[in-house]
Ligand binder design. Structure first.
Ligand SMILES: [Zn+2]
Length: 266
C-alpha cells in the first residue's frame, strides 16, 4: 500500500533526483510539527530558540520540536513576518514503575548532584546550540542499532514509588557489544561518562537537531569527529543508571526532546 509520503517520494524522484524526506508530523508534547511556510517567511523562532528550516523541493518547511512539558492547546511561533499558530493535541504516554536497588541513583548524594549539575549544563549547551546546515534534503534517518523498539519515549516514571522526569528517549534492548551507528551524518559534539547516562555520545546533525546515545560499553569516536550515516560510533552497554543492557537513543530539536521514532520512515 502506498502512503502519501511514499507517493511524494516517487513524485520527487520523477521530477528531480531529490528524495523527499521529512519527519512525521505529530502535534503533541514530545512530538514534531512539520510546517509548510509561506514564501515571505525565512526565519522561525520559539522562545528565542531558532527553528530548523528545510527546503526539499519548491516548498520550505519549519521542523519544530514540541517540548515534553507543553500543555495541550495552541502555541505561537515567531517569524520574520506573521506568527504561526500550532495546535498541540492530547496524548497519553505510558507509566513505568521501577525498583532501582542502587540508592545513589534514586536519591543521589550532594557530591553526585554537583557532578550531575555540571553534566546537565554541558548537555544543555549542546542542545541549545544552532550550527548552520543547509538541509536541501532533510536527513533520512536509519535505526542506530538492531532490536525491538519499546514504546518507551515520554513514559512517566516512578523510581521506588517517587515520580521523576518523563523518559526523554527511546530504549532499544540489545546485547552488550552490539554496534551503534550514526543514524544520519553529523559531527560528534559531546563524549562523556555521565552519572545517569553512562558512556554517552552526542551528534549534531545541524540547525539544533542533536542525537544522543547512552549507556555505551565502548565509545569509538572523539569530539569534533565527522560521521557519515551508518558509521559505528560505539557499542551497546549498561553503564550509568540502567536495569539491563540497552541503547537509550535521544533526539533533541530546538532544545526539545522529541520521539526519535518520528524521524524514521515507516
Ligand atoms: Zn532510556
Amino acid at each position: 500500500m502506498f502512503s502519501i509520503k511514499k507517493i511524494l517520494i516517487l513524485c520527487g524522484l520523477l521530477t528531480s533526483t531529490q528524495i523527499f524526506a521529512l519527519p512525521q508530523d505529530s502535534r503533541r508534547a514530545g512530538g514534531i510539527a512539520v510546517i509548510p511556510l509561506s514564501q515571505n517567511i525565512s526565519e522561525v523562532k520559539y522562545k528565542d530558540q531558532p527553528i530548523l528550516i528545510t527546503q526539499p523541493n519548491t516548498q520550505r518547511y519549519a521542523i519544530f520540536g514540541i517540548p515534553l512539558s507543553t500543555p495541550v492547546g495552541s502555541l505561537e511561533l515567531q517569524t520574520n513576518a506573521q506568527p504561526i499558530q500550532i495546535e498541540v493535541k492530547p496524548y497519553k504516554y505510558a507509566e513505568q514503575r521501577l525498583n532501582v536497588k542502587n540508592q545513589d541513583y534514586v536519591n543521589p548524594q550532594q557530591e553526585q548532584l554537583d557532578r550531575y549539575a555540571i553534566e546537565a549544563k554541558e548537555q544543555n549547551d549542546i542542545y541549545t546550540s544552532f550550527s548552520p546546515a543547509q538541509f536541501s534534503d532533510f536527513p533520512n534517518f536509519i535505526r542506530p542499532t538492531a532490536g525491538k523498539f519499546s514504546n518507551s519515549f515520554g513514559r512517566k516514571r516512578f523510581f521506588n514509588g517517587e515520580e521523576r522526569a518523563p523518559h526523554s528517549g527511546l530504549d532499544i534492548p540489545a546485547p552488550v557489544g552490539q554496534k551503534v551507528v550514526a543514524p544520519a551524518s553529523g559531527v560528534v559534539v559531546g563524549v562523556g561518562d555521565y552519572f545517569f547516562n553512562g558512556q554517552t555520545v552526542l551528534v549534531d546533525h545541524g540547525q539544533g537537531l542533536i542525537s544522543m546515545f547512552c549507556h555505551l560499553s565502548k565509545i569509538n569516536v572523539v569530539k569534533g569527529q565527522k560521521l557519515t550515516q551508518g558509521e559505528v560510533l560505539g557499542l551497546v552497554g549498561k553503564t550509568g543508571r540502567v536495569t539491563g543492557p540497552h541503547l537509550h537513543w535521544g533526539m533533541s530539536l530546538n532544545n526539545a526532546r522529541v520521539d526519535p521514532q518520528l524521524f524514521l520512515n515507516q
